[in-house]
Ligand binder design. Structure first.
Ligand code: GDP
Length: 366
């Protein structure tokens, strides 16, 4: 339907007393019709070659396949991954977490730009727990890392925008592998320090950084023990000007607290640094610690051991997710599940009885 509008000489608030109207011109219609373009479907070989050549457009397309929920795309992506797998694993994988506003993206940009200057290729990925629940986004929507995103040696990909955390985890892990195959030396994975997502990121990185803000006193207000225990390095950001002293007090308080906690990585005592992401001070110290960590854990074998454990954990958690999906998507189970729940609530069946009956039904549907 063409839109009918009033000519511009009719007063704005005029009613039906002006009966004249005009139709959109032919020019306009042509303009709105998009020219038909034939999008070329890439073959597995095209994807593999493009990724190994470091072609950003093809890398992005391959990641879109990974993020797609269509099985056709999933299968294609898996074929590509299988071929590029021997070219993965060479990057250092670093997780960065911290509350919103702690300065994660500013720090990643600052560190990323420095790494690029020293001829490294940097990929930044994100896991945003809010996107899996509300499709909203704490991390993705802000215009972030503007200078870094303009660098040829940087690749920035926001969090997959939907799915369960399990699904997002798989997608991010596979995206990380593709980036490694495309020659990125450093993979930075950003997440917000809320809930489950830090544990998820910890399960896929070699080194984990917790970004903190200077606190009011040298007594820590409710130290976030769970997250602190995951970290290999704590960094108190915004340590400049009048904040510098407070940042150093916070640094000391966390150093003391750490001595009482279990280290996240065997054979490595977590460190606490201060930095100013905005001024760019203390950023190289972070990178030095990363390198020190890499050396120590490579020599002790912990680096490789962790990666192998992560692979097996990935396999196990995916297997569990898939089994669960198969079970609950099964049409017979779908029919019975509700009535079994009602029987359990009425007390005519015990929970164990219902579980074993449902599993029996499931096995019979094979
Ligand atoms: P994120 O939510 O953790 O990613 O935090 P952002 O990187 O978006 O930073 C939140 C705010 O803190 C922004 O206004 C930044 O400009 C500011 N910020 C980040 N790093 C520093 C810093 O080192 N010093 C100061 N003063 N402000 C900073």
């Amino acid at each position: 339907m063409q839109k009918i509008t009033k000519p511009d000489w009719i007063p704005e608030n005029a009613g039906n007393e002006f009966t004249t109207s005009i139709m959109a011109g032919v020019q306009d219609i042509e303009h709105k019709t998009k020219p038909r373009t034939l999008t070329k479907h890439l073959s597995v070989d095209d994807y593999v070659k493009g990724i190994l050549d470091g072609n950003i457009t093809i890398l992005s397309k391959a990641i879109t396949l990974i993020e797609s929920n269509a099985s056709r795309h999933y299968n294609l992506a898996q074929e590509v991954l299988k071929i590029v797998l021997p070219n993965t694993g060479k990057a250092i994988r670093i997780g960065v977490t911290g509350s919103p506003g702690a300065g994660k993206s500013t720090l990643i940009e600052s560190l990323g730009l420095k790494l690029i200057k020293s001829k490294l290729k940097v990929a930044v990925l994100a896991i945003d727990p809010s996107s899996t629940i509300t499709h909203g986004s704490i991390l993705g929507d802000k215009t972030r890392m503007e200078s870094l995103s303009q660098e040829k040696s940087a690749f920035i990909r926001p969090s997959p925008s939907s799915g369960t955390l399990g699904g997002v985890t798989r997608k991010t892990r596979e995206t990380m592998l593709l980036c490694e195959a495309a020659g990125y030396d450093v993979i930075l994975i950003e997440t917000v320090g809320v809930g489950q997502s830090e544990i998820t990121v910890r399960s896929m990185v070699d080194f984990f950084i917790l970004l903190l803000l200077p606190e009011a006193g040298d007594e820590l207000q409710g130290i976030k023990k769970g997250v602190v225990e995951l970290a290999d390095l704590l960094v108190v950001n915004k340590a400049e000007g009048t904040n510098k002293m407070r940042a150093e007090l916070t640094q000391r308080a966390y150093s003391n607290a750490l001595s009482m906690l279990q280290p996240a990585t065997k054979g490595w005592s977590p460190k606490v640094l201060t930095c100013s992401a905005v001024e760019g001070t203390g950023i190289w110290d972070i990178w030095s610690v990363v390198n020190e960590f890499r050396e120590i854990t490579a020599t002790s074998g912990i680096f490789k051991e962790r990666r192998q454990k992560q692979l097996l954990d990935w396999m196990d958690s995916m297997l569990r997710d898939e089994l669960q999906r198969l079970f609950f998507d099964n049409h017979i189970i779908k029919n019975k599940y509700q009535s079994y729940k009602e029987s359990v609530l009425k007390g005519t069946m015990t929970p164990s009885q219902s579980v074993f009956d449902l599993l029996d039904l499931f096995k019979k549907t094979k």
